[in-house]
Design a protein. Structure first.
Length: 73
């Protein structure tokens, strides 16, 4: 289940709530009981090797547009 991060405008507390995506837009009261909260945009960092390593990744094609090498500039 996704976790959503909220911030209370009254006391500035930041908190997370796990809820289904179908309820993502629903308001969430802060743990202190205040109702004036705002949903924050969260960033996700994924680390690890899960998949191809950079050494085995396919090479990027060169050229293909002006200043990409194809026009000779």
């Amino acid at each position: 289940m996704p976790r959503y991060e909220f911030r209370c405008r009254a006391c500035a507390a930041t908190f997370e709530i796990s809820r289904p995506m179908s309820e993502a837009a629903e308001p969430a009261p802060c743990p202190q009981g205040h109702g004036d909260t705002v949903k924050l945009l969260s960033t996700v960092a994924v680390t690890g090797r899960g998949g191809a390593s950079p050494a085995s990744a396919p090479a990027r094609p060169s050229g293909g547009g002006c200043c990409g090498g194809a026009c000779g500039c």
